[in-house]
Ligand binder design. Sequence first.
Ligand code: NDP
Length: 302
Amino acid sequence: MNPVLTLADLAAWSRPGTSLAVLGHPIKHSISPPMHNAALAELARTDARFADWEYFRFEIHPDDLPRALDLLHAKKFRGVNLTVPHKIIAFDRVAEVDPAARPVGAVNTLRWSERGWQGFNTDGYGLAAAVQATLGRDLAGAHLILLGAGGAARGAAVECLQRRCASLWIANRTAETLQTLLATLAPLADGVPFGGFLPQTPSADLPSGALVINATSAGLRDTDEPPADLTALPNIAAVYDMIYNPPQTKLLRQAEFLGLPYANGLTMLVHQGAKSLEHWSGIPAAQTAPTMLRAARAALGL
Ligand code: NDP
């Protein structure tokens, strides 16, 4: 794993090759560097254009993000990934936002251009590709129950509506946050039935055969209670949990106990990363995702 770099390292940057970076606070647990560097090494074996490409990680405090983005642009980094808490802050600081990312209000991928940074959000693509790869399901045409109303849930909900899911039901423990998200999404629904409920009182209107997607952070700690009881939801078809560390949350343990197909969020991380690399390199995400998945598993000791 390459070292954790700082703003001072960036100010002194003089590497001649093509550089990519991920910025976060904290960043030390990110497995994006081994994922991307494995894919780049694989590409370089057959394509000399990638021989000098490398992906670095920077610990950047939110207060330093504007300066870091200016420096990265001046030093001509080809691309940048943003993770917690930078995705929303950076949204207002890019020269151009991909129209698909506008309703999400957050960017996780920046691409260098003469005019400034171009911003994209590949998390929604990552979720859709992961659900397809692990559970064999399309978000398009699916009934979806989304748990959570934070940043990840907003991105997921926008993707589900943009892909025209059959219906979207969102559950969150805090009613106010849920209502705010529902109001934000309303203009995007365009006829797709959608609504919200509190996890402890599932709505009677919930469809049968839905895919449950966990976009809460409940499960990151062993002591967390699951964000919903799957037996209280009608006839669930499958469960996708965005959390990948730990690899099996209590929610996924319940899915396994109930005999439901399920998958954790590692594949979402991989597919969003592969899509970022596609924005920077032009190489299709589907080509680099298998190498990234192997590297991600190795980095987590799986
Ligand atoms: P936010 O802080 O923006 O939102 C957190 C959400 O989780 C809120 O809806 C919050 O509800 C809910 N929540 C937090 N703790 C609990 C709890 N104990 N019980 C029930 N609900 C709870 O976080 P993000 O949206 O950025 O991230 C959410 C999760 O998604 C994280 O675990 C993150 O690691 C994961 N993620 C995974 C990705 C991947 O590639 N696999 C990509 C992005 C995110 P409330 O409003 O009530 O506080």
